[in-house]
Write a protein that binds this ligand. Structure first.
Ligand code: TXA
Ligand code: MG
Length: 311
């Protein structure tokens, strides 16, 4: 059930988490499905509810940098600078995992951590006093939820959803591996590369690692973030193709009845993207024609998600 994130709601959610259950909650990126990161039972329930493959590790959410350090074997200097610049916020750092933590993180011996900025997430972390493993609160491969209602539609068996309103970023955090000499982008996301480079200098992109030596991000499967309908990316939407079974997602004024028209500003586009895909699914279309956004760095995360939705 959906509960408002007032004092009573936070208390109930924290009690469930301390008892080893799971709770969905608002973050500034997308809604997360949270579990005590140290509870094998709770984490297993997250995987079961999402139908998530066991090889795909979870991000651990913590209230501050000190708590993040406590999960790491090594905390590189660049992680401190990134945390100072962007936490709380939509940046996830992959670091070497502390040796005593066997049940969280990736098989590669690393752990992904972030301090979320949404007041509901922060209040929940404070109230439960636990690091919260939290993937996006949707069935594996589906569209990430940006509202409490999206969560329940995708995961009707979640015991409690803490409603914090629509997610302001609307797209997942940027995942950056800082275990090597040069930070490496694992997943483009809400925080842009330009902002990150201002702190770190160079950032390696996935295609920069040509010899396959780097550890890949386990979660970047080809098909992901996908609505029920088939997504087709196109440079120009062909209006002749549009009928009741075909929906259109575009980002500038277009004379297509029923089309989802998003902003031409990438930040605003991202904030609406998943909700628009949810609406098109609700409309029952079989195909969604999506006008391809520009091939520029500002649109990197959006193009990544649309590409996987279409795969
Ligand atoms: O914005 C977000 O990051 C949201 C909110 C809820 O915080 N969470 C989220 O989690 O998107 P999830 O599980 O849907 O995506 C986590 C991504 C996956 O691609 C996963 O493979 C990667 O992070 N990941 C997690 N732990 C990792 C690790 N130790 N090494 C490399 N990649 C990791
Ligand atoms: Mg996800």
């Amino acid at each position: 059930m959906i509960v408002p994130a007032d004092a009573g709601g936070i208390r109930r959610a924290a009690a469930l988490l301390r008892a080893g259950s799971v709770v969905a909650f608002a973050t500034e990126t997308v809604y997360g499905l949270g579990a005590d990161a140290f509870s094998e039972k709770a984490v297993a329930e997250v995987y079961r509810l999402k139908n998530r493959p066991s090889w795909n590790p979870l991000i651990v959410h913590v209230p501050d940098v000190a708590a993040a350090r406590g999960l790491a074997r090594e905390w590189p200097e660049v992680a401190d600078r990134l945390a100072a610049a962007f936490w709380p916020g939509p940046l996830t750092l992959v670091v070497e995992r502390a040796p005593h933590l066997t049940q969280v993180g990736a098989d590669t011996g690393t752990i992904a951590v972030r301090v979320p900025a949404h007041p509901v997430a922060l209040r929940l972390l404070e109230a439960c006093g636990l690091p919260l493993a939290a993937p996006s609160a949707n069935r594996s491969e589906g569209i990430s939820p940006t509202t409490a209602e999206h969560v329940l539609r995708s995961l009707p068996d979640v015991p409690l959803v803490l409603d914090g309103g629509p997610a302001s970023w609307g797209i997942e955090s940027t995942v950056l591996d800082v275990t090597g000499p040069v930070p490496r982008l694992l997943r483009p996301g809400a925080l842009g590369l330009r902002e990150i480079r201002e702190v770190t200098g160079k950032v390696l992109l996935p295609e920069d690692v040509a010899d396959g030596s780097a550890r890949p991000s386990p979660g970047m499967s080809k098909r992901h973030y996908a609505p029920r309908a088939t997504v087709v990316l196109t440079d120009e939407v062909d209006l002749a193709l549009v009928d009741g079974t075909v929906g259109v997602l575009t980002y500038e004024t277009a004379d297509v009845p029923g089309a989802e028209i998003l902003s031409a500003d990438p930040r605003e586009y991202a904030a609406d993207l998943y909700a628009a895909l949810h609406r098109l699914d609700d409309a029952g279309v079989a195909t969604i024609l999506v006008k391809s956004p520009p091939d520029t760095e500002e649109w990197l995360a959006i193009r990544d998600r649309l590409g996987r939705a279409a795969a």
